[in-house]
Ligand binder design. Structure first.
Ligand code: 5GP
Ligand code: MN
Length: 316
């Protein structure tokens, strides 16, 4: 399959790199890195995402050139870090219109939706797979691509701290550092800089913390009124779910975020719990210890109770 991906990439003159909606650093970093890598080989490559690139990622070169879906037709469309077709949102149009399709992903819930696919659930990040493929194919990683891949691996692994991290992750990251990725610059921007909205949102959400099941489950909620009152963006609520999991004795944490017409739920768990199964029950998915789903047309309280009950079933 890896040889088929190589042939597909080599045979294409134009490539669309398609990211998932609400893009994270792994999908964007992997796609933008591939853009640089393919451009270095004389190809035309364009990165697509339905949604805007979060501002805090814009310090990386190339992240400002991500396009919204349009009517262009490419030789090859490559879905990057996309666990199911619906996760491309409107960018699925670009994917469907291409003359051929492929995918690279590491989510354990992913089923192939393209004829050519490299799916490696044991990889800590899609960016790790991209770095490994480059080493395997003997492809040059330009410096901006090395930065993007290093940042993607870092964010998907909690800055190289999750149990998904293996020697291969460090070897892939090491290869990026050798090609000019600056770990200190990435760390400074991603982990030592917060927006005022994020800090305020943390305070508000933690203030409403609810403990369930004798302290084994932490429930957090971010309401639309919180965002409005604190002048916070959707992005500002990201990562707050992890604070719930930091509490001693907590096995699973959920953050329910109220959006227009739906409730978005982020789930996190400690070993050995599997929240991807919980997310899948509600039509979502993700990784064993980090997953998500959404409830359309539900009230926050209703979604919270459904999630709480599902989590109660899996905690010990
Ligand atoms: P987060 O909680 O940070 O939004 O997402 C955690 C993980 O779960 C990510 O890998 C993300 O791709 C996945 N995820 C979040 N929401 C959904 C969803 O609604 N559907 C699927 N399939 N995966 C999701
Ligand atoms: Mn990923």
């Amino acid at each position: 399959m890896i040889a088929r991906l190589k042939a597909a990439l080599e045979g294409a003159q134009s490539v669309a790199l398609v990211c998932h909606l609400s893009p994270d650093m792994d999908t964007l970093g992997s796609a933008v890195a591939l853009r640089y890598i393919l451009e270095a080989q004389g190809k035309r490559a364009v990165v697509y995402d339905q949604d805007e690139v979060p501002e805090r990622y814009l310090f990386l070169e190339g992240l400002d050139a991500v396009r919204r879906p349009d009517g262009e037709v490419y030789d090859l469309a490559l879905a990057v870090d996309v666990s199911d077709e619906a996760r491309m949102g409107e960018a699925a149009r670009v994917f469907a219109a291409a003359r051929s399709r492929a995918m690279i992903d590491h989510h354990r819930t992913t089923a192939p939706f393209a004829p050519v696919y490299v799916l490696r659930p044991e990889a800590a990040a899609t960016a790790q797979i991209v770095a490994e493929l480059c080493a395997y194919f003997g492809w040059e990683i330009p410096q901006p691509a090395a930065m993007c891949l290093c940042a993607g691996m870092s964010t998907d692994t909690g800055n190289f701290s999750f149990d998904s991290v293996t020697g291969d992750t460090f070897r892939a990251a090491g290869a990026c550092v050798d090609r000019g990725a600056r770990v200190s610059a990435i760390t400074e921007r991603l982990y030592r800089t917060s927006t005022l909205g994020h800090v305020r949102m943390m305070g508000r959400v933690l203030n409403g913390l609810e403990m369930r099941c004798g302290g084994k489950i932490a429930l957090l909620c971010a309401r639309q009124s919180d965002f409005a009152e604190l002048n916070a963006t959707r992005e500002d609520a990201e990562g707050i779910v992890n604070l719930g999991l930091e509490i001693e004795g907590v096995q699973a944490a959920a953050l329910l975020t109220e959006r227009e017409g739906l409730i978005k739920c982020s789930l996190r768990a400690k070993e050995p719990l599997d929240v991807s199964a919980v997310a899948s029950r509600f039509g979502g998915g993700g990784h064993i210890r980090a997953a998500g789903c959404s409830f359309e047309g539900a009230a926050l309280e209703e979604a919270r109770e459904r999630i709480a009950r599902a989590l109660e079933e899996i905690v010990s």
